[in-house]
Ligand binder design. Structure first.
Ligand code: HPA
Length: 249
């Protein structure tokens, strides 16, 4: 049975407990091994793949993730649709902790990451269109599924991808707000760009874990890992229902 879609899990999401009859793949690619095993299981009668972006034990910081290997491994399994779960900080008013959002734009502030498959000598140089970095029709399907599932997901928003692994300064977040960012995370790029180079349908379901530095009602609040993980766990509650509706469509 072909694999309907892949979910890439971010910080705080290391497995999809709802998958049944799980088969484990340990792929290798010309770019090296992905972050960990690809778990393929059944959900709503369809085969779904899951990959933990940081590794199942969260051992890889954002700048050390082999984004090319992750996407190449999914592509080699015949997967054409990727739902990327990204844990983020919220910058603008609507994007507070525990909110789910499906952004429609991004700004890339990362540096020094291998961000293209056009790296080796001899590979064709692609200049892929990236005006809409997330596949519009795929986003629509995810948002429609969320609506059917009765799970609130904000439609739109701009994801700013930072280098990490440290969190941002208040001045950096103020600048990102001026730039038009609503969300900040460390793993949105180069993943989205690489997915486009491979011709995959790719969309992000952002899980807001905290107010970004200085963005919340208490501007000097310290962001703790415990708050991040608690908020991700709470916001993840609706995600299996969204997947169920997405796969039942
Ligand atoms: N900044 C960047 N990445 C994040 C944050 C943040 O505040 N929270 C979760 N991932």
């Amino acid at each position: 049975m072909s694999i309907e879609l892949a979910v890439i899990g971010g910080t705080g999401v290391y497995a999809l407990g709802e998958l049944a009859d799980v088969e484990t793949h340990q792929p290798d690619t010309r770019y090296g091994p992905p972050s960990g095993p690809v778990r393929v299981g059944t959900l709503a009668g369809k085969r779904v793949a899951f990959l933990a972006r940081h590794g199942e034990g969260h051992s890889l910081p954002p700048h050390r993730i082999n984004y090319r290997a992750n996407l190449a491994a999914l592509h080699a399994l015949g997967i054409t649709r990727v739902l990327a779960l990204n844990t983020v900080g919220g910058i603008t008013e609507r994007f507070g902790p525990r909110v789910l959002a499906c952004p429609d734009q991004l700004i890339d502030y990362t540096w020094g990451r291998v961000s293209t498959f056009c790296e080796e000598p001899g590979t064709e140089v692609l200049h892929v269109d990236f005006g809409d970095p997330y596949t519009p029709a795929w986003r629509r399907q995810i948002l429609d599924a969320a609506q059917r599932a009765g799970v609130a997901v904000i439609d739109g928003g701009c994801y700013g991808a930072t280098q990490g692994p440290r969190l941002e300064t208040r001045a950096e977040i103020a600048r990102m707000r001026r730039d038009g960012c609503d969300l900040v995370g460390m793993t949105g790029m180069p993943e989205a760009g690489l997915a486009r180079e491979l011709g995959l349908d790719y969309a992000c379901l952002a899980i807001v874990a905290n107010w970004a530095a200085g963005a919340g009602p208490e501007p000097d609040e310290v962001i703790t890992l415990k708050d991040v993980l608690d908020n991700v766990a709470a916001a993840m509650d609706g995600v299996p229902r969204i997947l169920h509706c997405l796969l039942s469509a």
